[in-house]
Design a protein around this ligand. Structure first.
Ligand code: 7PJ
Length: 283
């Protein structure tokens, strides 16, 4: 098993993320289906309260997303995405001491949220949209590059790999090179195998088992498996019953050297991380 490289801290705008211990990123969806439609301000306030609760539960990052990347989800315009995300980023930046990550592939959104106080760009398309590399470079922010193939609408149509681990690793290496060419230093990069994106259950399990091979790329790893269908498929549980499966994978991801866990259930995941840290610190 390859050993996880150690990192000090990742500059995230006006804040620093301590990478000497595993960190929990709380998921904040601001897609219309994820919050009651009580109008703009009600939505913003509900999002702010949820962010506050995740911060109190121990999240050090809040990942704000305005585009649903579920298989088959509707494509939203840049303007629509910005109208969902910007007020929430602005409110969190004004009210809470936390690093704001924005789950976006849209260059205009990257530029605007950087101005509003975001600390990390989290792009499931690895900056492959036109203008995304330049927008991310200009933002000065760190970026999370995630592996996916195709688009969310079609990615689950029988994905095939000769060797999923090698192909994910090579893809991430290629995107790191594209970042370097665009002026994004490797010190600004976080990598993510992209569980559930263009992968079958077998691909997801194999990739999870061998994720430590990705440490060879020399950058911190972010893992997002919370409540995902790979858990549902193994356990036969609907999305509301995947907490224990999510926590099992969270513990295993940390054991394999993951640096950031992207989760819905922050308090429970923080307990897992703290117990692992207590054992790791023992004689
Ligand atoms: C991920 C993400 C992930 C990163 C989503 C869901 C789907 N960003 N955005 N990694 N997943 N970096 O949460 O089920 O795994 S949206």
């Amino acid at each position: 098993m390859s050993v996880a490289p150690t990192f000090d801290r990742l500059p995230c705008g006006s804040r620093f993320l301590d990478l000497s211990r595993p960190q929990v990123m709380g998921i904040l969806n601001v897609t219309p289906d994820s919050f009651s439609d009580g109008g703009r301000f009600a939505r913003r306030d509900a999002a702010l309260r949820h962010a506050q609760a995740m911060l109190a539960a121990g999240a050090s990052l809040i990942d704000v997303g305005g585009e649903s990347t579920r298989p088959g989800a509707r494509v939203v315009s840049a303007l629509e995405e910005l109208e969902r995300v910007a007020p929430v980023v602005e409110a969190i930046a004004a009210e809470l001491d936390v690093i704001i990550s924005v789950d976006t592939s849209t260059p205009a959104v990257m530029r605007e949220v950087a101005r509003l106080g975001a600390g990390l760009i989290n792009d499931v398309r690895s900056l492959q949209r036109d203008g995304a590399l330049d927008a991310a470079a200009d933002s000065g922010l760190p970026v999370c590059l995630m592996h996916m193939r195709g688009e969310p609408t079609t990615m689950q149509d029988s994905p095939q790999y000769a060797d999923v681990l090698v192909e994910v690793r090579d893809f991430l290496a290629e995107r790191m090179a594209a970042c370097a060419a665009a002026g994004i230093a490797s010190e600004r990069i976080v990598l993510d195998p992209g569980f559930g994106f263009a992968k079958t259950l077998e691909h997801n399990l194999a990739l999870f088992k061998h994720m430590d091979a990705l440490h060879a790329l020399g950058r911190p790893l972010l893992v997002g498996v919370s409540r995902k269908s790979m858990i549902g498929k193994v356990l036969g549980h609907e999305v509301g019953e995947r907490l224990y499966g999510s926590l099992a994978l969270a513990a295993l991801a940390v054991t394999k050297g993951a640096h950031i866990l992207r989760v819905h259930d922050v308090a429970e995941t923080v307990d897992v991380v703290r117990m692992l840290a207590a054992v790791a610190a023992a004689e």
